[in-house]
Design a protein around this ligand. Structure first.
Ligand code: FES
Ligand code: FES
Length: 181
C-alpha cells in the first residue's frame, strides 16, 4: 500500500478529537527520545516541535494542512504536524527531519538529492524528505505514480519537481529504500 499524503485528507478522516481526549500530560517519542510535557494539548505539534524542542527543521508554511512544509512521520505515516494537536501525539513515535542525518553525515536519500541537484528550498525540502522517507519505508519499490502521489501534499510553486522525481527514481533503482526506515 502506498503512503498517502495525508495533509488535509488525514485530518478530515482521522484527526477528530475532543477536549476530553487532550487533557493531562502527553508522553511520546521524538526521534527516539522520550518526550513528556504538560504543555497545552491543543498546541499544534509543529509549533511544539519548533518552539519547545528546538527542532526547527520542521517548517510551518500555511499552518492549515495545505503545503506540507510541516510534514513529519508519525507511527510510520507522513502527516502534517500543523494539524496534529499535541494531545493526539500521546504514545506515538514521531520522526522529524533531524532524525535523518547531520550535515556531515547525510542520510542516503539526502545525499542523493544533493548529488542530483534535486534540493529545493529550505522551506519545502524537509517536508519533501519526510514524505519520501515514509513512502520508501512502506513501499521500497514505488511506481512513478506512487511517488507522485506521495508528494502531492508537498507544494512548491517555484520549481518543477523534475530533478526531485529523477533523484527519487534513482534512489528506488539503487535500492536505498532499505536505509530509509
Ligand atoms: S504548515 Fe502544515 S501543511 Fe502547511
Ligand atoms: S517552496 Fe521550496 S523550492 Fe519552492
Amino acid at each position: 500500500m502506498t503512503s498517502k499524503p495525508i495533509c488535509g485528507v488525514w485530518f478530515k478522516t482521522s484527526c477528530r478529537w475532543s477536549k476530553a481526549d487532550l487533557v493531562g500530560q502527553v508522553k511520546f517519542h521524538v526521534n527516539g527520545q522520550v518526550c513528556e510535557t504538560d504543555s497545552d494539548p491543543t498546541t499544534p505539534l509543529a509549533i511544539f516541535l519548533r518552539d519547545s524542542l528546538n527542532l526547527r527543521g520542521t517548517k510551518i508554511g500555511c499552518g492549515n494542512g495545505e503545503c506540507g512544509a510541516c510534514t513529519v512521520i508519525m507511527d510510520g505515516r507522513a502527516v502534517c504536524s500543523c494539524l496534529v494537536p499535541l494531545g493526539r501525539a500521546g504514545g506515538r513515535q514521531i520522526k522529524t527531519v533531524e532524525s535523518l542525518g547531520p550535515p556531515d553525515d547525510l542520510h542516503p536519500i539526502q545525499q542523493k538529492l544533493v548529488e542530483r541537484g534535486a534540493f529545493q528550498c529550505g522551506f519545502c525540502t524537509p517536508g519533501v524528505l519526510m514524505s519520501v522517507v515514509a513512502l520508501l519505508a512502506e513501499t521500497p519499490q514505488p511506481s512513478d505514480a506512487e511517488i507522485r502521489s506521495a508528494l502531492q501534499g508537498n507544494l512548491c510553486r517555484c520549481s518543477g519537481y523534475v530533478k526531485l522525481l529523477e533523484a527519487i527514481g534513482e534512489i528506488v533503482r539503487e535500492d536505498l529504500a532499505g536505509e530509509a526506515a
